[in-house]
Every structure is written in structure tokens, then in C-alpha cells.
Design a protein around this ligand. Sequence first.
Ligand SMILES: [Zn+2]
Length: 349
Amino acid sequence: MDGLVLSLALIVASGAAPAASLKFHCDAAESANAVYHVACLAGHIPCTQDVFERFWHDTLQWTAADQRELDAWTRGVKKVENAAGPPRAAPYVGNYRSFFPELDARLRILHAALESRSASDFGRRTKQWLGAKEAARLHDTIEYFRRRLQPWWESTGHTIEKTRVRRVEKTLRSDKMVALARRVSAFVEADAPASDVHVHLIPSPEARFDVATGTFVVNHLFVEVTDAAAPDDLASVSLHELTHYLYETAPAAKRLDLMQPFVRAEVPHASAFYALLNEALATATQGLLVQRSRTSDLHQRARLCLSGIPRRTGEPLHSRRGRRRSDRRCRQSVRETQIGVVFGIAVGN
Ligand SMILES: [Zn+2]
């Protein structure tokens, strides 16, 4: 029900604010994967850290040089974090990343690494936080890990993604997805988000297990990929992370204003409800996508039933057993479709 309430709010709000125009790009690039591995090993982003640590220690045989490079990365980023100021005063701890200046500074370094095309480009993008030598050292570290990862990447990593990259990008660029992203953008009052959103697929080093996660660094969304992950699932996780990103871009004053109804509510645990809001919104958006896909499938099935077309190949149309089963399935499809239509009206389908 909460999802429906949020969905309704999404529609009400979507008419009021201008929506960003977003273009999705999907890849499984070696360079983005190298940045992800370094950030994950350093504990700088949410990831399945156990999986990546096991992979580096057991499969790639972690060396003293690996540790030296990781330490250099951690030291360099720590210096940037330490230079960031304290969080601004607020009634609650913010439920967005930029509330924490240290974390925000760290993510800006990662973002520069993802956007840079060369060491000098990285130096230019990070010069407000890092001296030229410090920037070069961090860039060297990423290059070191990229080269170290390369044999595994060429033999295993990149091979699982080619088809899925194309299918995920196609789904993300569909009218349905673009429209939903625009509504989310309007609802959270996103402030000038990047028009290009990059989704990086990260092959899990333990792809046979269904343990994976997603995260985002500004307009770069990361989705760990296991063997079991279907393109629609990956697109759905991307939409979840996109919602977090858009929420993050809302003007600081609006994010602070959003705390006020919770402060005034005078109910127990109001701060906890506020803390959950960002995550609840991302999850509701993802749920809305799933619900819309399901509603359209059901509608198609019910339409076939009502037009008298048999649903199941090989099922005798006039056999008593077949007809009974078909009738039951039809009634169920029509009933579910009616519910779906009501839901669709509610969310503005
Ligand atoms: Zn989330």
C-alpha cells in the first residue's frame, strides 16, 4: 500500500515540476570495472566486498604490491576526505550522500576517475582537491589495478556481458522506462541532473551465486551481474539507483525542507521513517516498473481470453478438461486485469 501511496504522489507531483531529459548508456567497460574493483576493495562504495576480496586474494593471489597500491589509493582519498568540512546543521542526519561532505568528496574523486580519459584529464578534474603529484599517484593506482585485472577480464570477465549490455540498454531506452525516469526526476525535483546516465555492468567474480548489488557514483550506476540476472532485472536495479541519484541532485534547501514534516509529526521513530524515505522511494519506483510490466502481460492474456483464442498450444479447445482449465485461467486473467486496470488508473497509465 505504501508503494501505491508513493506512486500516487509520484503522479501528482509529476505534473508540477519540469522533468529532466535523460539518455541511458550501458556498457561493461574494463576501465569502469577497474575503478569499481579498487573502490570496492577500499570499502569506498557499497558492494559485495567479501566476494571481491575473496576473488583478489584467492584467484588473483593478492601480492605485497597490490597492498601497497591499495594503501596509496586509500591514503590519497583520505586526505581529500579530511579536507572536507563537517555536515551542515539539520534536525536529522540526512538520508542523502552529500549530507556527509567526506563521503561526497570521496565520490567526486571516483566520479573524476570514471569520466577521465587520461592522467592529465584526471589531474584537471581533481585539482580543487589534489596536487598534481597526488592526482597522478591515484591515477597510477587505478591503472595498476586495471592491468592486474586484465588477464581475468580478457579470459572471463567481459565475455558474459556482450548480449546483456545491448538488451539492458534497449530496455533502459524504451519509452516506458524513459517516461518513468522523467516522472521520478520531476517528483524528487531533481536539479539539473546529467543528461547522460551511464550504467556499468560489473561481472561478479562469483557469477554462479546469486549474490549481487547495485550502487551509483553521481550519474554512473553500477550493477553487479551474476549468471542468473536477466536484462530486465538489471534494468530494474538501474532504475532503483537512478532514483537515488536524482534524489541526490535536488537542491539542498529542498532536501532540508523535506525533514520538516517528519520533525513536526511528533510520532515515535519519525527520524527513522525519514531515514527510510530515500530507499522507500527507490524501491517503490522499481516496484512500479515491475507492476507496469505485469499489468501489460495480464492485459494481453485477458484480451486473448475474451476474444476466444486458446491460450495454450496443444490444449484441445473443446475438451471438457481443457475448457474447464481455460475458463478458470481466463476468469483469473480477467480478474487480475481488472485489478491491474485500477492500479494503472491510479498511477496514470
Ligand atoms: Zn537503494
